[in-house]
Design a protein around this ligand. Structure first.
Ligand code: C5P
Length: 226
């Protein structure tokens, strides 16, 4: 079974207020993207990696992969105007015979093999897709124009992360529709796909601000190896 990872790294990361795109913001003295690439490269579950680079940064991504010895990186393509558009572009680089497509945000550097294993196990059980999720500790309310409209039942809620894994044929159909969504699972759900939630990891925090970057950096030393 061949598993292809598509790493979405084309975001501008405006809230980091850095000169370079978020994937090249410094984390522990090297580009943020390096952390995900190295971890996916080391994963026995992953066969090949496609990176969706910030437009104009395709070549630096290849150079970074070479520098890290990430031989699984087979393509670096420029991204689109939204995450969904970037993922769609990345999927065109995935080999026809891929069985599973796993999509990961470069903005979540601390991807763990344990989470990847849980996702693949769920697909082996027959799910169309699997996503890591965490139960919120806060009560979550639906709000419109500052007014609370609804208090949601907390036991039914999950904050969903990446990587997200899908049966390749189902995922190709889902992205072909050209829909917009904030995660890949929503595209598969919209096509009637059956997606399960596996246990996520608090360290899969998405880096948005400089504070997030500092927090992830503080975890780096203590993060368990793959
Ligand atoms: O913008 P946001 O933080 O939700 O982005 C999540 C992930 O999607 C990031 O890793 C980012 O690089 C990627 N992305 C992308 N193409 C875009 C926008 C975001 O690959 N146009």
């Amino acid at each position: 079974m061949s598993v292809w990872a598509v790493v979405a790294a084309a975001g501008r990361g405006e809230r980091l207020e850095a000169d370079q795109p978020k994937a090249f913001a410094q984390l522990g003295g090297r580009p943020l993207l390096a952390e995900s690439l190295e971890r996916l490269e080391a994963s026995a579950w992953i066969d090949s990696i496609v990176v969706v680079a910030p437009p104009g940064w395709e070549e630096p991504v290849i150079l970074l992969a070479e520098e890290l010895g990430c031989g699984k990186v087979v393509a670096s393509v420029g991204g689109g105007g939204s995450r969904a558009a970037s993922v769609r572009i990345g999927v065109t680089e995935v080999a026809e015979d891929a069985a599973v497509i796993l999509v990961h945000d470069a903005a979540r550097p601390l991807v763990s093999d344990l989470v990847v294993e849980r996702l693949i196990a769920a697909l082996n059980e027959g799910w169309d897709g699997a996503v890591p999720g965490l139960a919120p500790s806060d009560t979550v309310k639906r709000v419109r124009a500052d007014a609370v409209v609804e208090t949601l039942p907390r036991d039914e809620l999950r904050a969903v992360q990446t990587p997200q894994a899908f049966v390749a044929a189902i995922f190709r159909d889902a992205v072909a529709g050209g829909r917009e969504a904030t995660d890949c699972s929503a595209l598969v759900e919209a096509q009637g796909g059956r997606v399960t939630v596996v246990e996520g990891d608090p360290r899969l925090l998405k880096v948005t601000t400089a504070d997030d970057l500092a927090l992830v950096e503080s975890w780096l030393g203590g993060s368990e190896p793959l």
